[in-house]
Design a binder for this molecule. Sequence first.
Ligand code: TMP
Length: 208
Amino acid sequence: MRRGKFIVFEGIDGSGKTTVINSVYSSLTEEGCCIYLTREPTDNHVGRLIKHFIKGKGDYEIDERVIAALFAADRLDHILRPEGISEKLNAGVNVLCDRFWLSSCAYQTGAFPMEYILDLNKGSMELVKPDLTIYLSVGVSVALGRVESRGEEREQYESRDRLEKISRNYEKAINLRKEADNIVVVDASRDESSILEEVLGLIKNIIS
Ligand code: TMP
């Protein structure tokens, strides 16, 4: 059986990633494509622990290195668990994943270098390689406006300074991983239908 394609979506908070992914998923499934939609952090054990900490609900301030290791562990489990990414791909299912290791490079790089994060994620990198990574590129002001209009509980990452740093880290990570992860940068400050058209075109080139 032909292996499914692994397609990753990346972007800063407020880049419109979730809206785009949901529209892509609906369009492709309506056309009869076999798609598994998934995201990180996951809703599994490690993912739930991560969400607890990044929402500031832990009873102490956890070290960023521990968070980085938890994200790497959640990713490995996401790949290896029953009905996880590997199993789906091997069964010929195309996997759309909302965030993957590029997110760790962007969000966890700070007090320690990006190479440290890449090392932590070596296990995952050896197991699966994205066939396509779509980076939804948007300015920090636009992103913050979108986060505000959602009216959701703010995560610790959603302050201007923090998002600007994350944006710069993404740029650096994209330069490092552009070829290996087949990263395409899409201008996500445009209207929804233009973004969707471009993204669907990119994906159909890969899965057809
Ligand atoms: P979401 O907003 O796309 O649901 O992602 C949840 C948060 O988790 C978001 O602020 C980014 C953060 N995150 C990391 O810090 N590192 C990672 O490796 C991943 C996958 C997400």
